[in-house]
Design a binder for this molecule. Structure first.
Ligand code: GLN
Length: 277
């Protein structure tokens, strides 16, 4: 019998992990278009053979560990439904603390903001959804990411400018009030890279040299030239990188250097200000 209830129960038993029933419901909802509450209201509802086959193929991929966001093609960030693809990192809730901090800064009314390594466009789009008057540019080195960020902007009707650039290399000559980034910051030999969702995500979005700091070092040293006096830079980093990132900012001449924690209480980002000119 291809009832929703039976399919979900059977799939959840195969999937295992932290949230097997939720995963099964999300996948069946994706395939059938029925809502998760619908499954509870009408458990005996049957699906077609084609839907059951499609569902079973997705469940098999989930059992292999493929992230649920890649299977659904979507991930929510800052309450925005973002399209995701395997060319980009899946936006994480922890990154929302960068958005929150950016919104708390005192910036000019029409602040010029650059989100470097935007991936899906998550940070830039979250800021655009809150601050329609800000002029927001997003960049990524990977062409597929540039396309995806543009598509997400169009779908959400949020006007960001997306450019293809390897960090600052192809950014049109300009100065900004805020530079913000969730760069790769995992050391190449980190055990974490062979566990869970990250196995399916692009290494280019995760790994930054032997100590995980290659890209952060570049951003901290080059960032000053792209900021107005008194402008801010804000970088996400690993829970154990707060101290070394503060030192990098300090030795490059930044001021007001401060590390903030994520919702789990771990160091997650450091912000710093360019000295007034
Ligand atoms: N926080 C992510 C993780 O550890 C990595 C994100 C990143 O490298 N920018 O899975």
């Amino acid at each position: 019998m291809l009832t929703c209830e039976a399919l979900i129960k059977d799939a959840a038993a195969k999937i295992g992990g932290d949230s097997p029933k939720l995963d099964a419901e999300l996948l069946l909802s994706h395939v059938t278009g029925h809502s998760r509450t619908g499954f509870r209201a009408w458990p005996e509802r049957e699906v077609t053979v084609a839907q059951a086959e499609q569902f079973s193929a997705l469940v098999a991929e989930r059992v292999e560990g493929k992230p649920i966001a890649y299977l659904l093609g979507q991930q929510e960030f800052w309450s925005l439904p973002l399209k995701v693809s395997t060319s980009t990192l899946i936006p994480r809730p922890d990154t929302e603390c960068l958005v929150e901090t950016a919104l708390s800064l005192e910036l000019p009314e029409a602040a010029k903001v650059l989100d470097l390594g935007t991936g899906t466009g998550a940070i830039a789009l979250a800021l655009a959804s809150e601050k329609p008057e800000w002029q927001i540019t997003a960049s990524d080195r990977i062409a597929e990411a540039v396309e995806l960020a543009r598509e997400n902007g169009q779908n959400l009707n949020l006007p960001i400018t997306v450019v293809q650039s390897n960090w600052f290399e192809s950014i049109p000559a300009d100065t900004f009030d805020l530079l913000i980034s969730n760069p790769p910051y995992i050391p190449a030999s980190d055990r974490h890279l062979s566990e869970g969702d990250v196995r399916f995500e692009p290494a280019s979005a995760l790994v930054a040299g032997d100590d995980g700091l290659d890209d952060i070092r570049l951003l901290v040293t080059q960032g000053l030239a792209w900021l107005n006096g008194d402008g801010w830079m804000m970088l996400e980093h690993g829970y154990d990188q707060g101290e070394v990132v503060r030192e990098l900012f300090a030795s490059a001449g930044w001021r007001n250097i401060e590390t903030r924690k994520d919702y789990g209480g771990n160091d997650r980002m450091t912000l710093a200000r360019k000295p007034a000119s």
